[in-house]
Design a binder for this molecule. Structure first.
Ligand SMILES: NC(=O)c1ccc[n+]([C@@H]2O[C@H](COP(=O)([O-])OP(=O)(O)OC[C@H]3O[C@@H](n4cnc5c(N)ncnc54)[C@H](O)[C@@H]3O)[C@@H](O)[C@H]2O)c1
Length: 355
């Protein structure tokens, strides 16, 4: 990641009030970018967005990605060079309850965004953030490559696979690499794995659930202890998105395709092992139990093959699982002690940048 690249770049970031969006806002602000954020209010209470007072460092616009006219107006007003699209309904279990809303936000939201880019002259680069769950899950032990077929069992995963197809269609139809010299817009998508870190307050995600239980001295309940996931600190895929945006901006359509950003194999472990490690680092009064309740279907085995990003962009993760879990515990304990949240995040970003 070339930190100097971002100085004074105009960035339109959707989903800036969420977990990843808040961290990305802090990182972009530190790198000197001018950020306009577009999202609904924070999806959780408390939220990292409010705790770190992100509205003081970005031009924060409250808007719905399903509101096509308002979105277009805001993109035109802010004249971004780079668009990073992260606004989404991102939870599998929520998508079983609200499938229609999940598709509306995740699929039509992407259509609205790409169509707004089509009607704007300033944009050079678009990164659409999807997920590792876009691939047809075969429950095998190999990592999925970018050339593997899309699928998606549940509405969330499938809506993100649809968002990939939308991206591909807009790229072919309106931002075709063969005509790059005419339109000068390079569009790519980024697929990352299970992202964890301090400041995630989402319900029904394993690490926030654990941190919440540990903070109250309660026993953690595990739903899917044997599921294997590609765990990574939130800063890792964010660095991938930024590197991808930089490559698209500086080298154009050479990078206008789908990219995986996941951890190394040794960090793809079961939910139970993750929680065991987290409890050990937390220390006193930490324990977990396994729930026998029937949960909706979720894939058991999911890994990404990131050879492409490693070989062509020289992207690799910096922190491994233990570093990541240490940083989560440090963040949670800093929060408990009343430490300033923005300083806590900046401190962790500095440590990670040094790594
Ligand atoms: N957290 C993970 O483990 C993970 C893994 C892979 C991919 N992702 C993807 O990364 C992105 C960010 O995820 P997150 O974990 O920060 O989620 P989050 O729920 O914390 O944030 C979601 C953001 O989208 C916004 N949003 C939701 N519906 C909207 C709408 N209709 N209009 C405008 N804004 C809307 C929310 O306000 C919020 O800013 C999502 O696209 C998600 O699918 C997340």
């Amino acid at each position: 990641m070339n930190c100097k690249f971002w100085k004074d770049k105009s960035v339109f970031l959707t989903g800036h009030t969420g977990f990843k969006g808040s961290w990305l806002s802090i990182l972009l602000n530190k790198l000197g970018a001018r950020v306009t954020g577009y999202a609904l209010p924070p999806p959780t209470n408390p939220s990292l967005f409010k705790q770190a007072k992100i509205d003081q460092i970005v031009n924060s616009i409250e808007g719905d990605i399903r509101d096509r006219k308002f979105l277009l107006q805001q993109i035109k007003n802010s004249e971004p060079e780079i668009v990073i699209h992260m606004a989404a309904q991102p939870l599998v279990r929520e998508s079983y309850i609200y499938p229609v809303e999940t598709y509306e936000t995740n699929v039509m939201g992407t259509v609205h965004l790409l169509d707004a880019v089509r009607s704007t002259n300033s944009v050079r680069t678009v990164v659409n953030v999807t997920t590792d769950k876009v691939y047809e899950n075969k429950e095998w032990e190999w990592g999925y490559r970018e050339c593997e077929p899309f699928g998606g069992y549940d509405p969330y995963s499938n809506s993100k696979a649809c968002s990939e197809l939308v991206t591909s269609s807009y790229r072919n139809s309106f931002f075709n690499p063969a005509d790059y010299s005419k339109h000068k817009v390079a569009v790519a998508s980024a697929r990352a794995g299970n992202v964890i870190g301090g400041g995630d307050w989402a319900i029904d995600r394993i690490v926030p659930d654990c941190v919440c239980a540990l903070s109250k001295g309660e026993t953690i309940t595990l739903r899917n202890p044997y599921s294997i996931r590609p765990w990574q600190h939130v800063l890792e895929p964010l660095s991938g998105y930024l590197l991808l945006a930089e490559m698209l901006f500086t080298r154009g359509v050479e990078f206008a395709e789908g990219w995986n950003f996941g951890p190394e194999d040794r960090d793809c472990v079961s939910v139970e092992l993750l929680v065991k490690k987290l409890c050990k680092i937390w220390g006193e009064n930490s324990s977990y139990t396994i729930s026998n309740n029937n949960s909706p279907h979720e894939a058991n085995f999911l890994k990404l093959d990131c050879s492409k990003a490693r070989n062509r962009m020289k992207w690799t993760p910096h922190w491994h699982l233990d570093d990541t879990l240490n940083s989560i515990v440090a963040w949670a304990k800093g929060f408990q002690k009343g430490q300033d949240i923005m300083s806590l995040c900046i401190e962790q970003i500095n440590t990670w940048l040094r790594a």
